[in-house]
Design a protein around this ligand. Sequence first.
Ligand code: NAD
Ligand code: DAU
Length: 354
Amino acid sequence: MRTYLVTGGAGFIGSNFVLYLLGKHEDVRIVNVDKLTYAGNLENLRSREGDPRHIFVQADICDKAAMEGLFDTYQPDYVINFAAESHVDRSITNPEVFAETNVMGTVTLLNVARKAWETGDGTFGQHKFVQVSTDEVYGSLSLENPEVFFTEDTPLCPHSPYSASKAAADMFVLAYADTFGFPVNITRCSNNYGPYQFPEKLIPLMINNALQHKALPVYGDGLNVRDWLFVEDHCKAIEMVAHNGKLGEVYNVGGHNERENIFIVKAIIAEVSQAVCDPAINETLIGYVTDRKGHDRRYGIDPQKIKRDLGWYPETAFEDGIVKTIAWYLDNPEWVEHVTSGAYQDYYREAYGQ
Ligand code: NAD
Ligand code: DAU
């Protein structure tokens, strides 16, 4: 049986990954370590409550002693490092915590894993450290050259404090591979969407605001482009990289699904309005607001390498994924209420005895 140390497994992508692995494999053990910031919610994992293959530990990845204890106790085969501060807007108003968790947390994990995994001859056996990174480390593409994409060879050029912290972490991960021969892979994925995404990110924010007839804030001219991928396709890519990725390599993950933000917002309005038969959900809710500082214009991933080398491909078309996602939020209004209320988080800390 393989043991995965999944960090940030109570967040959006991490919890989808935990559910994906538990659903796909019988003989798997997941040690899920999460600090439970505002973005981490055990409610995401409620469907697996009592499953002995899932062990949840509330801890900070910056806490060296706690991480050493986890390695001693569970001896993980893999680390999949999702834990991060992930919201660009928050990184503009409060960058320090991004440096702490995203950079220092990653370095702490690398160091603890290196010491735990190193064998007598200085090699690392069958272990693997997968750093879940982002296409934002490459910076921004222009709208004028839509045929240009980010490849793994595109130089890193982060613009926001968030992407700077993720790029710094990537450099540490690669430095551990170069210096110690430490077994790593990095995945750099485009924008994810799907169930359990905290309603501060574009898609869940627009769905929930629309349902409440609240204004839909579109930054700048609404023509910025993001490359959207259904979260389960990202989970599948991470598993493939963990199992078959060539040591030391970076893999870009994306499904060639670039859309202008305003297209996304209008698509959500149309779908939500139809789903709940409410004509008051319409484009008059759209409000153009002051642009995000340093707003990257366009992201676009070239996923050729992961397709060619590992056989990955996205299974969910955007048209299906967005319908599934909206249906999930419509079916789970209590989730939105829970994750946005402090009382909920206190309740769950108590329920898990931590
Ligand atoms: P999220 O904000 O939903 O979840 C982050 C999780 O990390 C939360 O559960 C939080 O409690 C936990 N966490 C934060 N600080 C921690 C700490 N110090 N110690 C332990 N746990 C901590 O984020 P997400 O959208 O699920 O993103 C997960 C990872 O994937 C991040 O590393 C992010 O950079 C990367 N990524 C995200 C996207 C996207 O579109 N969301 C795309 C590409 C890459
Ligand atoms: O590309 C991968 C990245 O995608 C991840 O690394 C990040 O963790 C994740 O948060 C996401 O970053 P973005 O900044 O692209 O996502 P966000 O949902 O915040 O914004 C998507 C686009 O929508 C962006 O161009 C800003 C715009 N936007 C966002 C919000 C929240 C709006 O116009 N209005 C909004 O209210």
